[in-house]
Design a protein around this ligand. Sequence first.
Ligand code: BJ8
Length: 382
Amino acid sequence: MIKLPENFQTYAEARKAGFLRMKEIKDNGGRIVGIFCSFVPQELLMAAGAAAAPLCAFSDEPIPAAEAHLPRNLCPLIKASYGFALTDTCPYFYFSDFIVGETTCDGKRKMFELMNEIKETYVMQLPHSKSEAALQLWKEEIIRLKEKLEDFYGITITEEQIKEAIRIKNQERNAMLGFLELGKLNPAPLSGYELGTRLDGLGFNFDMEERCRIIEERTKEVYEDWKKNYQGKETNRPRILITGCPNSGVRDKIIKAVEEMGADVVAFDCCNGTREKVELVDENMPVYDALAKKYININCSVMSPNKSRMNYIEEMMEEYQIDGVIEIILQACHTYNIESHYVKQTVVKKGKAYLMIETDYSQADKGQISTRLEAFLETIEK
Ligand code: BJ8
């Protein structure tokens, strides 16, 4: 695994550092809205002057408590997120004025009903296709969220404010994308472990300008180091693309493990990767049309059909010179699990290696996963 920089902040450290920022926002009378998903248009929260608190949980600690209300055979992300709320042990949930959920998968959709009993949870009705009719519905839902924010805070949100938020969020997307696209360099300039951890960690920094500055500085630093120390050097380390469900809760036992075995994770088709960032919001369209178009195009498996994800994976395999794809499925995630059939087809058609790992946040399968990763790497000839 490529060495981490000395000042590297782990995900847990970044999350903890954000607690203080949250509290400061609250102490100064600021607004905070908790969110779970890439489909929630953060530009509206920004236009309302609210920070978006990321609430998706990646720890198995609160799961036993959640299982008192939720089925055991449910996605760990859903159980952990609900468990934190139920046990009142997540400062991001605690400081949120209200929660914005969305009808993505069945598990989250129904869990939000229970969460609403703990704290107000407003649910956006996300259509599950990208048709013209779905786009219109989604645009109306986006306007409804704007109205919800206006009612909740007793404010008026102008189109000018939304335009400005779109401009800033697009800048941030570009900065993050610039960092993730370092993975296109060959040999790999940094570890996939760092790529993913930094991106997740920055979600706990609510100052967009600072976020951009930090990531642009690191991008520049890594690129210069690559030119000096890696460019032109031969390597036989396989280049891996990670796809599927959010992977932060299983990063150590899959991403870190495979890198320690001699591979480089260089690309991420997932929500803590490029998935939400590749398409910007069109700054020349009317704001609600532009937001609806951008967000409905996110290639999540809750969309049906979702052919554009397969096209995107194919493109990524070319652009990042991928040797093998690891698909991460969180236990009981039916949409990604079923869609893995097409992902495998897409990868195999290109003559590359494919491995699907279905797992949860526990450490019980760590040894078994290591064995499978080792066997997978052996199938990749370099
Ligand atoms: S846009 S990936 S953040 S829904 S919770 S679907 S893992 S069973 S998280 Fe997601 Fe939005 Fe899509 Fe991204 Fe499966 Fe679990 Fe559901 Fe999940």
